[in-house]
Each structure stands twice: as structure tokens, then as C-alpha cells.
Design a protein. Sequence first.
Length: 263
Amino acid sequence: MTVTPIGAGSIQAATPDSFDPWPGLVQDIFNNRQIDEGAGIVAIEMPYRAEDAAIVPVTLRITLSPADNRRVVAITLVIDQNPAPMAARFELGQDSSVSEISTRIRVNNYTDVHAVAELSDGKLYMTKTYVKASGGCSAPAAKNAEEAKARLGQIRFRQFAKATDGPQNGTREAQIMIGHPNNSGLQMDQLTRLYIPAFFINELRIWQDDTLVLAMQGGISISEDPNIRFAYVPNGAKRVRVEARDTEGHLFQGEWPVENSGI
């Protein structure tokens, strides 16, 4: 335990969150650009105390007023106390009207989690929440090596329509699920007692026909079997295409027809 003197004959234990890494992360990830308060621009939702630190749900919502003529072009998710704090950067397709993104992440320590939205005028806006969780980046994989190998690169697509939406208009929700161990590099092989090398999905792109809906640059903090759910506005496309790459250069692809009703 690290202790800090506070007076003659007395000591005070340093707490896990006594060091605030955020100022350094602003410099490292955002080149020290000005980041303003993001209330009314972007919101982040996570459980205050995670049930499982290896699969913590997080939802990012765009709350920018329709009267604002700017748009959100990207959202960066930062888990301040994780070994690799930048969990993901989501790029939003120009005409896709993405309004919500949900995924599952690993949280390694009690930490602030920041969502930073970049707008079309180049300005950055931030919101944050606090999460109590620990050990998520080093938690053993849920699936054994053989099962993970068999599922590697399998992509599933689901699309949902809200009850009030017609089949070809209004906001739709879709979900992309990719079979991949997404090894963090901090997990230990229980047989060899050696660390398993980092191996994860680092690029994901989703299109309606040839129009980009959403792209993700991912890191070690995205959970095993990456799961991305998002709300968007269909453009009348006949198909949805997905392309994912991992850190070993594998390319995974999928394509599905868009029917008149949710799948």
C-alpha cells in the first residue's frame, strides 16, 4: 500500500482513484484540444456497480437538438483507469442519423468513463459517469480455446423496428455480433500460466448498400464476442454489409438483405 504523510505521526492511504488520469488522456488522445461540457450533446449510460467487470453494458446517446444545424461525426469512449484507456472510437455515417450506440466493455478498476463527441464544426464535447468494477481486463475468457476458434469471425445481424415505425421509415435498431475472443493481453492461460497475447477486433464498418452507417476503431476494452447495437434511419437500401478486421489481419465479412420487417 502506498502511503502519503499528512502530518507528524500520521499517514493516509492512497485510494485507487486518488490519481486523475483524465488531463493526461486529453493530451494523449485528443492532442490537448479544448473539450466543453457535453450536456445536451451526448449522454452515457452505464451501471454504477457492474455485475460482471468483463461485460459491462454501455450506451451512448446523441442528444443534440434537431434545431442545431451541426451533427455528431464521431464519439470516443474512454475508460480512464483501464490499461489502454481508449476503448473505441465510433465514426457516424454522414446520412445515417445514428442516434444511439450500445456495446459491452471491460472495466479494470473503479473509474470515470468519458464519452467525447466531435461535431461537424470540429468542436469536442464531453460527458462522463463513474463505474465501480475491477478485474475486467484480466478476467478469463468465457469460452474455451476450441470453442472460440470455432466461432472466430462468425457474424450475426439482427434488425428491429419500433412498434410505431413503418417498415421503410422511422428509426430502426440493428445489432452486429462477432464471434471473437478479443483477448486483452492481460489474461492468463490457466494451463501454461503464461499471458495470452492481445488479439482483438480493431476495425468494424457497417454500410447500407454503399453508404456508411457506422465505423468503429476498437481496443482491448471491448468485451469478448463484440456486440454492437445501434439506432439509425434506413435509406431504402436493399442490403446491409459488414466488414471487420482483427489485429492479426483477418478479414471477416457479412451481407444480409433488408426485409420489409424486422428480423
